[in-house]
Design a binder for this molecule. Structure first.
Ligand SMILES: CC(C)(COP(=O)(O)OP(=O)(O)OC[C@H]1O[C@@H](n2cnc3c(N)ncnc32)[C@H](O)[C@@H]1OP(=O)(O)O)[C@@H](O)C(=O)NCCC(=O)NCCS
Length: 168
């Protein structure tokens, strides 16, 4: 398995996998919400825009021409990185690929002087993130899009005011 820092050239591979996960991996989303994500908030052109502007990093796990999964993580703001989407195709789960993608994002975001990584997840997936060192900091019973958000974060460094002066 190799992890690719996705550019415009690999956007189709990423988006095929993202669309598959949207219908299969995030099963608790209603059909209407999935449709909304694919057509309004997260169509392919939005990811192309975010890549172009370095707003979001897209990491792809590949084995030859096969795409195994992806991680979409935001660039740091105020020293805080954010894992927006993480998905491994059903048949490749439980083989360590999700962990490897996360580790790669953590490595990347440290180069941007992040001291913290935040994410929202679901109760069933919480144990996975706990294994990666995340702690639950709270639960929103009816959060974004009416979902129950388990809010977690992981401290990965110290906040240093002087880093504000360093252009990254
Ligand atoms: C959650 C997900 C990304 C994990 O990726 P993965 O490659 O299957 O996970 P890994 O193989 O790296 O697992 C690492 C550890 O976490 C555990 N783990 C993985 N998924 C888990 C889950 N849903 N619940 C509990 N433990 C889990 C594994 O058993 C493994 O434990 P071990 O180290 O003791 O063997 C993947 O299962 C997935 O894509 N699920 C569907 C989409 C989803 O829920 N994404 C997250 C939304 S926030």
């Amino acid at each position: 398995m190799v992890i690719i820092d996705t550019g415009q050239a690999q956007i189709d591979d990423f988006y095929d996998c993202f669309s598959e996960l949207m219908s299969e991996g995030y099963g608790h989303f209603s059909p209407g919400l999935r449709q909304h994500f694919l057509t309004v908030d997260y169509p392919k052109k939005n990811f192309q825009f975010w890549l172009e502007r370095s707003v979001r990093k897209i990491l792809l796990a590949k084995e030859g021409s096969e795409t195994l999964g992806f991680l979409v993580g935001d660039y740091a703001y105020g020293g805080v990185g954010f894992v927006s989407w993480l998905g491994i195709r059903n048949k490749y789960r439980g083989k360590g690929f999700g962990t490897e993608l996360y580790n790669e994002y953590e490595k990347f975001i440290k180069t941007k002087n992040a001291h913290l990584i935040e994410l929202f997840t679901f109760a069933e997936v919480k144990p996975f993130y706990e294994k990666l060192g995340f702690k639950e900091i709270g639960i929103r019973e009816e959060g974004y899009f009416g979902q129950k958000n388990v809010i977690m974060d992981k401290k990965i460094g110290e906040w240093v005011d002087l880093n504000l002066l360093v252009k990254k």
